[in-house]
Every structure is written in structure tokens, then in C-alpha cells.
Design a protein around this ligand. Structure first.
Ligand code: AMP
Length: 297
């Protein structure tokens, strides 16, 4: 992928945008051959699909308008489309375009051939330090790119990460991302990945993604997020206190634990900046420079 076919898809996408609603070339379902279902989401299903002209393989996400309306997430979807379609980074899932009919909205997404990172972590239980560091470095690069564009993801967790054909990590799902903060709806899902300032409903900034990176790094190495507790209220307390405890098993290097400690800091201004994450010794010594986990270590 990323070849002539990619250029064709992009060209058509920008034509559609230029033409707006004037009735000229826009995407429609007839432009695609639909293949196997790739997964089921909260608001619809995702299918493997091929654009007929370019033969370019994509993932087509089909969302039902009535379900979006019922859950009052149309605004969120608009924001997701607006933000994700403008991002171009090897570790961010491309959104090539969208179209709709009476009942559904269709998102034309980059196909992540190796599926969900979450399932990989469930299968492996924990990742090796090399694999974890490769993913953390990829995430740090993608988040730096987002933050330079004043986009905060705010929902970095294993369920929102996909794996490409070569094993490269792709951030998906910009449903909670923002240019500015939106405090009202941040506590709907799991608390596990949220920083103290967000669980306490305080102002927050790009530092929230740095915190989530620390949570993920811990989870990759130990198999569970650090502040997990049976009760929501206990997770809340542990996050606010930064009650960070490293299990004795598996044995993890001091260097990895040092990075986690520098990311999971209560004061967001004191968290390790993302460029320094990339030069941290644990990343330098463990992350694959190609950014791809090749499955051998
Ligand atoms: P979602 O509605 O985004 O949660 O997607 C539902 C499921 O479809 C995910 O859990 C993935 O297994 C799969 N999926 C979604 N997007 C893609 C994609 N771009 N490439 C491959 N699989 C995907």
C-alpha cells in the first residue's frame, strides 16, 4: 500500500471535497467490492473492501445513523472525521474519506492487516521489552506529530491500537480527540487510562497522552494497567494518589521502570516530554529503529 493506488484514492477524495455537495464525483457504496467482516463495533460493522477502480484494499466502517443519534455521538463522529482525515503519519490509521446514505455513514479507512493490538496482548499476556519499547517509540512519534498539530488523542488504550501488515502500530479511533478540552464527557468509559487531572475533572492538556503512554508501557510489560481495581472508586483513588506498584513478576528492567515512573507523574508539566521518551536509554537500547516489531523477540 502507499503506492499509486493510494494516490488515486487521495485524488478522488480531494475531488469529492472540492466538489462539495454539487453532485459531482463523490464516494458511494457502488465504488467498492465488499469482502469479509473484520469486526463489529458499537455503532456498526467494519468490512474489508476494495475500491473498484484502483483495486486499493481498505477497511470500510459502516455506522448506523439511528444508533449514532440515539447515543448522541454525531458531533463526536464529525470531529473524529475532521481530525483523522487531516493526519498523515505512518503510525496513525489513515481516514481516506467518508460518504453516507439515508441510514448509514461509511468511513473509508486504511486496512490494518494484523488487527487489534488488544487481542495480541491477550494472546501473549505480556510483550517482551523489545516489542513494548518498539510500540512505545512508535506511539511517542505519532503523539508528537498529533501534539504539533494541536490535537490531543485522550483515549490511548490497547483497544484503540491496530497493527499493520508489517507489524507497525497504528493509532485508530479519534472519537475522543480534541483541539481544545471537553470536560463533560470524559468519564464515560474505563478510568484506567485517564490521568489524575482528568478523573478529577480539572483542566488538561497534551500531558494526558503522555500519561496514557506510561499506562500502556506498564500494561505491555505486566499485562494489566497499573491502577486496575475491582471497584471504579478504587481505581479513581489509586490514579489520584499515583499509587504505582511494580509486580515482582515478570522481572522487568530498572530502565523500563524508570521510564514508566517518569511518565506517570501527577503534575502533567513534570511528565517526560515525548522527544525525551525517544532518547530514554530503555527506548534507545530496545526499540527497533525501523519502528516495526518483526515477531522475533
Ligand atoms: P470499531 O468499530 O472501530 O471498534 O471496529 C470494530 C472492529 O473491527 C475492531 O475491533 C477491529 O477488529 C476491526 N477493525 C476496525 N477498523 C479496522 C481497520 N482499519 N483494519 C482492520 N480491522 C479493523
Amino acid at each position: 500500500m502507499g503506492s499509486d493506488a493510494d494516490a488515486k484514492l487521495v485524488r478522488q477524495e480531494s475531488q469529492g471535497a472540492e466538489n462539495g455537495n454539487k453532485g459531482e464525483k463523490r464516494w458511494s457504496l457502488t465504488d467498492f467490492d465488499i469482502g469479509k467482516p473484520l469486526g463489529r463495533g458499537k455503532f456498526g460493522n467494519v468490512y474489508l473492501a476494495r475500491e473498484k477502480q484502483s483495486k486499493y484494499v481498505v477497511a470500510l466502517k459502516v455506522l448506523f445513523k439511528n444508533q449514532l443519534q440515539q447515543s448522541q455521538v454525531e458531533h463526536q463522529l464529525r470531529r473524529e472525521i475532521e481530525i483523522q482525515s487531516h493526519l498523515r503519519h505512518p503510525n496513525i490509521l489513515r481516514l481516506y474519506g467518508y460518504f453516507y446514505d439515508q441510514a448509514r455513514v461509511y468511513l473509508i479507512l486504511e486496512y490494518a492487516a494484523k488487527g487489534e493490538l488488544y487481542k495480541e496482548l491477550q494472546r501473549c499476556k505480556v510483550f517482551s521489552e523489545k516489542r513494548a519499547a518498539t510500540y512505545v517509540a512508535s506511539l511517542a512519534r505519532a503523539l508528537m506529530y498529533c501534539h504539533e498539530k494541536h490535537v490531543i488523542h485522550r483515549d490511548i488504550k490497547p483497544e484503540n491500537l491496530l497493527i499493520g501488515l508489517k507489524g507497525e502500530l497504528k493509532i485508530a479511533d479519534f472519537g475522543w480527540s480534541v483541539h481544545t478540552c471537553n470536560r463533560r464527557r470524559t468519564l464515560c468509559g474505563t478510568l484506567d487510562y485517564l490521568p489524575p487531572e482528568m478523573v478529577e475533572g480539572k483542566e488538561h492538556d497534551a500531558g494526558v497522552d503522555v500519561w496514557s503512554l506510561g499506562i500502556l508501557c506498564f500494561e505491555f510489560l505486566y499485562g494489566t494497567p497499573p491502577f486496575e481495581a475491582k471497584k471504579h472508586s478504587d481505581t479513581y483513588k489509586r490514579i489520584v494518589r499515583v499509587d504505582l506498584r511494580f509486580p515482582s513478576k515478570p522481572v522487568i528492567s530498572t530502565s523500563a521502570r524508570d521510564l514508566i515512573c517518569q511518565l506517570l507523574v501527577k503534575d502533567s508539566a513534570q511528565r517526560l516530554p515525548l522527544n525525551k521518551v525517544l532518547s530514554h536509554p530503555w527506548i534507545v537500547n530496545n526499540a527497533d529503529p525501523s519502528g516495526v516489531y518483526n515477531g522475533h523477540n
